[in-house]
Design a protein around this ligand. Structure first.
Ligand code: NDP
Length: 459
């Protein structure tokens, strides 16, 4: 049994009121979590640490990011073990997707920081210098699907730019954030630079968003929660980054190479049990290759191993969409059942025969459920891909026309003949109801700093 504690001002603090963290694999209790309701202590600690941390040179902060990366890497098996325990995902996914990327997030921003160029704009009679100042105390709120991967994606650039942090992991998956806190205290990261508070989203998460001394909020989570966060933060003029839900399309054109498209689309459908905001939960297939594609896709699905979904509550939500799909006239081509064992398991499920405008095909399910749709022309595929309220990501599979179609998809990121192939320098984020703002490389640096222009008149 792990006892998760808050990290405030370099000290681990427990609270009398706690709740339980259960394993999605078998519903056993694995940890206790403090039910935090206010964040004043954490904000005071973060404010006290701000001057010294922001006064360090960027090189020194890069060194700290490298130290965190090194220590995390030394403990990478433990990071993966904790992530697998907390989320139920297979160990190879926890290691190769979650743990490795968490290390890379720190290492990437350390290197990126060392190579940041000064921005200078010459006029005929003056020179403009743009400097980047820290914002101050920032609030970072992350979801349960890729717990440390997504939280470290925010922590690393926030630290790089000289801010101090109040971080809140999801109440469902607090273990790796807690472990990161242990690592940071072990390596001597100055007290109060990284504070981690745990508890329920509408309590401690809301307290972070509402706190007047927290000047920026970087939030990743569902669109409906994002609306509450935006409504709370906007009147206080906080800087706000919102990475929200998705309902992404994988589009297989008639000239696709099925040798790469089938495994690629399958991975996009079901990696992490479909619980990645970038997953392709709508598969659009050209009519001329439909039978060939589907035969191979369903055959390869038999060998695709997934973990449970995150909780019983989430399983019930996913199952309600499978029932809805049947009501809407869908045909279950694979899965649809609940395996007879403890834990929040659901078979990977493939549904055809639904309108692309049906609720099942347009609402975010965030589980191992995919709908399949047939199209006849590129224009029809584009229209189908763009018909949801979301606009996060997508993929196009084609030998010749991939980029042409990709440019017409209304989303922040589109892959061609691949999926989840990430260069951490590029912008990451969504359009429409999938979010506001971008993260990654210069976009993260821009979000976690205030750009100040100094215009110097020449003599
Ligand atoms: P939620 O929106 O339920 O929660 C996200 C985070 O917000 C959690 O830490 C949660 O805490 C917290 N929270 C809940 N209520 C509030 C509140 N009122 N104020 C402040 N914080 C609050 O999302 P899920 O955790 O269910 O994650 C799944 C969602 O995340 C999906 O919609 C998915 O698409 C999206 N997502 C988006 C990504 C992107 O980059 N665009 C990446 C990954 C996921 P608690 O868990 O304790 O309730």
């Amino acid at each position: 049994m792990i006892h998760v504690e808050n990290l405030i001002g370099g000290k681990f603090v427990s609270l009398d009121e706690k709740f339980e963290d259960t394993s999605p694999s078998d519903f056993s209790v694995i940890a206790t979590i403090p039910r935090t309701k206010q964040v004043n202590d954490a904000v005071l600690a973060a404010k006290a640490a701000l001057h010294d941390w922001s006064s360090l040179g960027i090189e020194q902060r890069c060194d700290w990011l490298d130290k965190i990366a090194n220590e995390l890497e030394n403990e990478i098996q433990e990071v993966a073990r904790l992530e697998a325990l907390d989320t139920g995902k297979p160990m190879d996914v926890a290691l190769n997707v979650d743990a490795k990327r968490s290390v890379n997030n720190f290492r990437f921003f350390a290197e990126f920081g060392r190579n940041l160029q000064e921005q200078k704009f010459e006029m005929s009679d003056a020179t403009n210098y743009v400097i980047r100042k820290p914002i101050g105390v920032v609030g970072l709120i992350s979801p349960w699907n890729l717990p440390l991967y997504l939280l470290s994606w925010k922590i690393a650039p926030a630290l790089l730019m000289g801010n101090t942090i109040i971080a809140k992991p999801s109440e469902i998956t607090p273990l790796t954030a807690h472990f990161l806190g242990r690592i940071c205290t072990k390596i001597g990261l100055p007290d109060g630079v990284l504070n981690i508070v745990n508890g329920y989203g509408p309590e401690v998460g809301q307290a972070i968003v509402e706190h007047p001394e927290i000047k920026a909020i970087s939030f990743t989570g569902g669109t409906s929660t994002g609306k509450i966060v935006a409504a709370t933060a906007a009147p206080m003029f906080k800087k706000l980054s919102l990475e929200l839900g998705g309902k992404n399309a994988s589009i297989i054109l008639d000239d696709a190479d099925l040798e790469i498209a089938v495994p690629g689309v399958l991975r996009a459908s079901f990696l992490n049990s479909g619980q990645i905001c970038l997953c392709g939960s709508r598969v659009l297939v050209h009519a001329s290759i439909y039978d060939d594609f589907m035969n191979r896709y369903l055959a390869e699905l038999k060998d695709f191993k997934i973990g449970p979904v995150i909780s019983e509550e989430h399983r019930q939500k996913v199952l309600s969409y499978i029932r809805l799909a049947i009501e809407e006239g869908g045909e279950i081509l694979a899965g649809g059942n609940v395996p007879e064992k403890p834990g929040a398991w659901i078979e990977p499920t493939v549904i055809s025969g639904l309108s692309h405008t049906s609720r099942t095909a347009t609402e975010e399910i965030f589980g191992p459920v995919v709908t399949i749709h047939k199209f006849d022309t590129d224009e029809e595929a584009i229209e189908m891909a763009n018909c949801t309220q979301y606009g996060l990501a997508g993929s196009v599979w084609s030998k010749n026309r991939g980029p042409h179609v990709a440019e017409k998809i209304e989303s922040g990121m589109v892959w061609v003949n691949t999926w989840l192939h990430r260069d951490l320098r590029v912008p990451f984020g969504g359009v429409k109801d999938s979010g506001v703002g971008r993260e990654g490389g210069l976009w993260s640096v821009g979000f976690f700093s205030e750009a100040v222009n100094i215009c110097v008149m020449e003599d």
